[in-house]
Design a protein around this ligand. Structure first.
Ligand code: HEC
Length: 136
C-alpha cells in the first residue's frame, strides 16, 4: 500500500460547496414527474384505437382531389350540398381541421351518424375522397 505511486487521499465531498454537492431530495421530485408523464404518454399511445387494415391502406395511398370531387358529386351532394356547404348534413368546409384523415374515413364508412349511410368504396377511391375533403 505504501507504494510511491499512491495518490494523496482527498475527501472530495468535504471540499464541495453546497451548490456542487450531488443531487439530493431537491431534484428528485422532477425525476418522478418525468417518470409519471412518460408512463401516462405510453399508456395513451398503447391504448389509442387500432387503425384497421382498410384505413391503413387508404392512408398509404395518394389521393386525387379531382376524382374525389366526382365521387363526392355522385354520393354526397344531396346531403352536403353541391359545394359541400351544407344541406341536411353539415358544411364540410375545413372539416379536415377538426377530423384527422383516419377519423374522416371512419365517418364515411361507419354509418354511425344516421342519416348518413355507410359508404364502402375501394381504398383508392376513398383516398381520392379524403384528398378532396382535405382541400375544402
Ligand atoms: C343521407 C344524407 C348524407 C349523405 C348522403 C352523406 N352525409 Fe355526411 N353527414 C350527414 C349528416 C346528417 C352528418 C352529421 C352527422 C353527425 O355528426 O351527427 C354528416 C357528417 C359528415 C361528416 C362529418 C362532418 C364534421 O363536421 O365532423 C363528414 C366528413 C361527412 N359527413 C362526409 C360525407 C361524405 C364524404 C359523403 C359522401 C360519400 C357523405 N357525407 C354523405 C349526412 C349525409
Amino acid at each position: 500500500m505504501n507504494s510511491k505511486f499512491s495518490y494523496p487521499k482527498v475527501d472530495v465531498l468535504a471540499m464541495m460547496t453546497p451548490e456542487q454537492s450531488p443531487p439530493n431530495a431537491v431534484s428528485r421530485p422532477w425525476g418522478w414527474v418525468i417518470l409519471v408523464i412518460a408512463v401516462v404518454a405510453l399508456l395513451f399511445w398503447g391504448l389509442r384505437p387500432p387503425v384497421d387494415a382498410y384505413t391503413r391502406s387508404v392512408l398509404s395511398l395518394t389521393g386525387d382531389a379531382a376524382k374525389g370531387r366526382s365521387i363526392f358529386v355522385m354520393n354526397c351532394v344531396p346531403c352536403h350540398g353541391q359545394w359541400a356547404d351544407g344541406e341536411v348534413g353539415p358544411s364540410l368546409h375545413r372539416v379536415a381541421r377538426h377530423k384527422s384523415p383516419a377519423q374522416l374515413v371512419h365517418q364515411i364508412v361507419s354509418g354511425e351518424t344516421p342519416p348518413m349511410p355507410k359508404f364502402q368504396v375501394d381504398p383508392q377511391q376513398m383516398a381520392d375522397l379524403i384528398e378532396y375533403l382535405n382541400q375544402l
